[in-house]
Structures are given as structure tokens and as C-alpha cells.
Design a protein around this ligand. Sequence first.
Ligand code: MN3
Length: 214
Amino acid sequence: MNKNALSNSATMPGTAAPFMLPTLPYAENALEPILSANTLSFHYGKHHKTYVDNLNKLIAGTEYSNQSLEQIISGTAGKAEAVAIFNNAAQTWNHSFYWKSLLPNGGGEPPAALKQMIETSFGTVEACKKEFASTAVSQFGSGWAWLVLDGSQLKLLKTANAGLPLTMGVKPLLAIDVWEHAYYLDYQNRRADYVNAVLDKLINWEFALQNASV
Ligand code: MN3
């Protein structure tokens, strides 16, 4: 377990339960027309909130009730008897990270320091985006696509369901949610259109650089 990977993203304070739904870093309509206010209303206000509420219920009175979110995730990963706690803790973390991976009027050219890292690892920014998209599209069923830092190398990986890079010893830089609830209201079955629109118009390269720099 890479402890830095757990604490670097500054997405969640290291406080214990009860966990709070973090404030969305922009208005629910701020990502239009790429992601509608309707999608964010359900995705943030219902799905994300439910993961937080369920986590608080599941850990009440358990050994996890005074642990940080990151401690709960690392302590329950791979434990069959704690799978519900892991799923809700990881989804709480994943969504907080996803909202910060998006930015109104995002996309475009990465900052120079990140662009250099991308070119070292992928050749070009376009090649990185293409691999990011194919990683996201090829995740079978619900899950996530991630840009991560593995040592000094940038890599793309996908996780199923609530899976996340924190348990894999690599540092997450960006996440794209590919559960159907992330895009179905706006794109129906066209996951590739959603992913490419996010990469072109919303992706928060500055957030990736911040995460890589910690
Ligand atoms: Mn989601």
C-alpha cells in the first residue's frame, strides 16, 4: 500500500465518521452541455450521497467508525466479510475524486509540466487521450478508467465496480466514471461519446498535475 497515494489527492479530509457528502466544486449546471444538470443532480445528489449515507450506516459501531476514509478502504480491500463497507467507502472516495477530475471549460492543452510527462509516457497528448478513451470504453460493465502515476511512468488502467488505484500501489491522477448512471441520461448507450466529450471539454489537467506533484 502506497500511503502517499492515499493522502495525495486532497479530495477528502482525513476525518472519521460520520462522513459528509463533499461540496460539488461547481454548480450542477456548470458542466453543460457535456453533462446536464439533470445527470449531476442524480449522480451527485442521489448516487454519491447514497454511498456516503450507506457507508455511515455500515460502519456505525464497528472498528471502522473512528478511521479515515482511506484507512477504511485499505482495511477492507479484499475482505469478503467487509465487501459492502469497501464498496461504499471506495465509491465515496471515487466520486469525490471524479468531480475534481472534471472542470467547466476543461480539456484543451495540459499544463507544460504534465504535457512533458504525457509525451514521455504516451508520445503525444492525443495518444494519451485515445488510450484513456479506449480504456474507458473497454471496461466491461460498471467501473472506472484512471490516469495514474506508477513510479515516474504515467499509465492508464480500469477498475470494475468500486475498484480504485489506491489499493494497487499507484497514484491516481484522474478518473472517469463509466457506470451507466454517469452518462445514460445524456448519452444513453453511447459511452464512447460521453468519454470523448469529457476528455475534450471537461477533463481537469491541472488536477492531474497537482496529484502528480504531491
Ligand atoms: Mn458514479
